[in-house]
Design a protein around this ligand. Structure first.
Ligand code: HEC
Ligand code: HEC
Length: 316
């Protein structure tokens, strides 16, 4: 009997030791590093590319990266127990604090696969796997250009990942995604439905917030995401309060089936609903959209099947 107890004691001791060793490895070990995958990129500097890049950076990247000084010097992105303290980085042209040290190819790799220049994975918050080559070029060209948003800022942010986030990175649950094989050119604006679909799924990624949950989204084939465009995904606002995204299919009561295009445009650009209420800051203000883009996204959303997901109205 004594022998058995002694054996059990040793076994428990060994198991505890292993658990503590794993926990220490997660807590104190450095974040895993990865080799960059080859990503096609060709810098073009014509004015159309620059204007296109401006639209995307000011509509999409600025939502997370706009700092208090008005440049893209970065801002607090997460401060909950889930991820820990994570800042959207300083992406101004500053040589050391910003992305001055990134080559174009390194930026392209980060945007497609999520891998940073230092070999670490940036996390599952910002990946643009299906952006067209033109859009990718536009973003990089604009970030390199001399505009107020990119004015070099010295701000340096330090992230402090929670234990859970560290474990997800260390165990490889969070890791760079494979370069998509389905990269296509941007559809022409005259092909309204195809253009609208591209905007909603790849350029502005409306589906990512407006489907059921980030965890059940299908990044490679967005339309296969659970509850595609029917809302329900909890998104945090500027004050880190969670707001559930809304059903934006054409359902007459639960979606936006009774809205007019003008009302839709107002909500997208200024965050004002048809009833006059202001949408939460969890919904980006896409003020830099051009008229063709609004038309195309509207047409695409109208073409979707109406879905029944009853997301509570803001006042309820
Ligand atoms: C949903 C929020 C969000 C959006 C939208 C977003 N980012 Fe980020 N970005 C982050 C966060 C958070 C980090 C920091 C990740 C880390 O340090 O691990 C980051 C990091 C970066 C970095 C890495 C900088 C470094 O120090 O290595 C670059 C470059 C970058 N983002 C560029 C962009 C560009 C360009 C866009 C638009 C096409 C964009 N981001 C859109 C949240 C976002
Ligand atoms: C970062 C996440 C995010 C992205 C990206 C996003 N949305 Fe939203 N959106 C939300 C959230 C959250 C709400 C709910 C806000 C509220 O209830 O105040 C919302 C609300 C809306 C509404 C108002 C619906 C209603 O019934 O009041 C419309 C319309 C809308 N979004 C359309 C879009 C379109 C179109 C796109 C892409 C061009 C898009 N959104 C991209 C998070 C997002």
């Amino acid at each position: 009997m004594k022998k058995v107890l002694k054996f059990l004691g040793i076994l428990v001791g060994v198991l505890l030791f292993i658990l503590i060793a794993i926990a220490a490895w997660i807590q104190f070990g450095s974040q895993s590093t990865y080799e960059p995958q080859a990503v096609a990129f060709a810098q073009t500097t014509d004015s159309l590319t620059l204007a296109n890049g401006r639209k995307i950076v000011e509509n999409v990247c600025a939502y997370c990266h706009r700092g208090e000084d008005g440049t893209l010097s970065g801002n607090l992105f997460s401060k909950d127990e889930g991820f820990g303290t994570v800042y959207a980085a300083n992406i101004t042209r500053h040589q050391t604090a910003g992305i001055g040290r990134y080559s174009d190819a390194e930026l392209a790799t980060l945007l497609r696969t999520g891998l940073k220049r230092d070999g670490h994975y940036a996390g599952p918050f910002m990946m643009f796997p299906n952006l067209s080559q033109d859009d990718l070029n536009g973003i990089i060209t604009y970030l390199r250009s001399d505009v107020p948003s990119t004015t070099p800022s010295e701000t340096v942010h330090t992230n402090e990942h929670s234990f859970i986030a560290k474990a997800l990175y260390k165990l490889g649950v969070f890791k760079p995604i494979a370069v998509s094989k389905e990269i296509k050119p941007t559809p022409p604006a005259t092909d309204t439905l195809a253009y609208g679909k591209y905007l909603a799924l790849s350029r502005y990624e409306c589906y990512a917030c407006h489907s059921a949950d980030f965890q059940t989204n299908d990044i490679e084939h967005p339309e296969n995401s659970v509850g595609f465009m029917a809302g329900g995904n909890p998104i945090h606002d500027r004050d880190f309060q969670f707001v559930v995204s809304r059903n934006i299919t054409p359902h007459p009561e639960q979606g936006i089936g009774l809205w007019t295009k003008d009302q839709f445009e107002m909500a997208l650009r200024s965050g004002v609903r048809p009833d006059g209420r202001l949408l939460s800051t969890a919904m980006p203000r896409l003020a830099a959209l051009d008229a063709d883009e609004v038309n195309a996204i509207w047409a695409y959303i109208q073409s979707l099947p109406a879905k029944e997901t009853n997301i509570l109205k803001p006042s309820e």
